[in-house]
Design a protein around this ligand. Structure first.
Ligand code: BTN
Length: 259
């Protein structure tokens, strides 16, 4: 069946959420289950992680009952050069779930950090894994809910829902909204015109999509420019002072104050 032909033929459901008191990492747990044959849509949540993983081999501090530590398994059938859109999609879903559950207005920093008051509130880590039935992706989402979810020395750059709102947000409430929103965004992504739709939704929620002065740190280079939208695969277009448009697919993007 061609999943892109008729929208009524797409049936993606995420029926199963496994809850754990403690895990080294929800991404690690789900990767193991994926190799053992777990189906697309399996979700894993833990009350704490003892070896939470962040981007660039960093740790993700995950104290007990202080945050949402969540992973979902996807087995996308579309071309792998579009897989970066999965993390943009996840960021859109977290943005919507935070707004609906606790009325918190956030921003998305390219590609997928969720910010409140310009500080990081949520990180998303997508890891591809080889399984006997093909390549799969585990998307891990960590949301700082309580003030004690972040280390004191991270306070200048990190925040929590509790710090941003003045009240905490209940983890299960957030999860109940996040899972169906994520499922629906994933369906959208697989339809004809889905990539354009996800990019539109992302740009509507992010101040980083267009006209933002940013500094880009790539492996061997640092440059500054103004954002000019996203490519079809999710790459960020950045116009430098010479008028050259550069396409950012990896690297850290930070906002620069004009002047
Ligand atoms: C980042 O560095 O911005 C990404 C952080 C992703 C953290 C989440 S918490 C749930 C899932 N399990 C992990 O080990 N990491 C991700």
């Amino acid at each position: 069946m061609n999943r892109h032909t008729k929208s009524h033929e797409i049936r993606i459901v995420f029926p199963q959420v496994l809850h754990f008191e403690s895990l080294p990492s929800t991404n690690q747990e789900l990767a193991q289950r994926a190799v053992a044959g777990a189906a697309e849509g399996l979700c894993v949540v833990a009350a704490e992680q003892t070896a939470g993983r962040g981007r660039l081999r960093r740790n993700w501090v995950s104290p007990k009952n202080a945050g949402l530590y969540f992973s979902i398994l996807l087995r996308p059938q579309f071309a792998q050069d579009s897989w970066p859109l999965l993390t943009l999609m996840a960021a859109v879903a977290v943005y919507d779930a935070l707004l609906e559950t606790c009325g918190l207005q956030t921003d998305i920093k390219w590609p997928n950090d969720i910010l409140a008051n310009e500080k990081k509130l949520c990180g998303i880590l997508a890891e591809t894994i080889e399984t006997p039935t093909g390549r799969a992706v585990v998307i891990g989402i960590g949301v700082n809910l309580a003030k004690n979810s972040i280390l004191a020395d991270l306070t200048p750059s990190a925040t929590s829902v509790e710090a941003a709102l003045g009240r905490a947000c209940e983890v299960n409430q957030l999860l109940e909204v996040l899972v169906p929103v994520l499922s629906s965004q994933y369906e959208t992504l697989q339809r004809t015109g889905g990539p354009e739709s996800i990019i539109r939704e992302w740009c509507a929620r992010s101040s980083y999509g267009d006209g933002k002065l940013v500094q880009v740190a790539e492996t061997n280079e640092l440059f500054t420019g103004t954002t000019r939208g996203l490519e079809r695969d999710g790459a960020l277009r950045v116009e430098t002072s010479t008028g050259e448009i550069r396409f950012v697919r990896a690297g850290d993007v930070t906002s620069v104050r004009p002047g």
